[in-house]
Write a protein that binds this ligand. Structure first.
Ligand code: ATP
Ligand code: MG
Length: 172
């Protein structure tokens, strides 16, 4: 049985979610199944429609109410994140998936929707063979310490500063 590791993609530069999606595509190409849980987000990005077509290998679910737009998390935001967390735990333990991705989970921890301990618990209970991938800026020290691979996307330049808005197919 192959060993699965814990990967973290964090930092303020672009590429965290796309790295995780790329990994899911690569895993699917190798016949592996991936469960992607997206925290925070409630808008479906362009990848959702495509991934529906690959649903024998990649499952993507959203557990967000988009709270960043409102700054302070509401009870509904917290409720959605906690429900997502329980689902992820179930999927992680189900052995149905070789790869489990928690997109924006670092942000959910940063804003207190779930706790760092919740993530550490997932790392502790995950079947040894599952690859666990956690994305989002603000990865906390405990999660970084517990991970096997941590990549920080550092923003060197971003066209956002020139006023370019998120584009369909590129950022959303
Ligand atoms: P990507 O999803 O492109 O890999 P990321 O996961 O590294 O990026 P995040 O910190 O998750 O980056 O935030 C990027 C999100 O911010 C995007 O999903 C996008 O919708 C949103 N966004 C808002 N405005 C912009 C902009 N002008 N340029 C890029 N992204 C933007
Ligand atoms: Mg992202």
């Amino acid at each position: 049985m192959r060993k699965g590791y814990v990967q973290v993609y964090t930092g303020n530069g672009k590429g965290k979610t796309t790295a995780a999606l790329g990994l899911a595509v690569r895993a699917a190409g190798a016949g592996m199944r991936t469960f992607i849980a997206q925290f925070i987000k409630k808008k479906k990005c362009s990848e959702h429609a495509l991934l529906e077509e690959l649903n024998d290998r990649i499952t993507i679910r959203q557990y967000g109410k988009g709270f960043l737009l409102r700054k302070k998390p509401s009870a509904a935001d917290i409720q959605a994140a906690k429900a997502g967390y329980q689902q992820v735990k179930e999927k992680l333990l189900s052995r149905e998936y070789e790869v489990v991705i928690l997109d924006e989970a670092n942000v959910a921890v940063h804003y207190g929707l779930i706790s760092a301990q919740d993530i550490l618990d997932l790392i502790a209970v995950k079947p040894k063979s599952v690859e666990l991938v956690i994305t989002g800026r603000y990865a906390c020290d405990q999660v970084v310490a517990a991970a096997d691979l941590v990549t920080e996307m550092r923003e060197v330049k971003h066209y956002r500063q020139k006023g370019v808005e998120a584009r369909r197919g590129i950022e959303k």
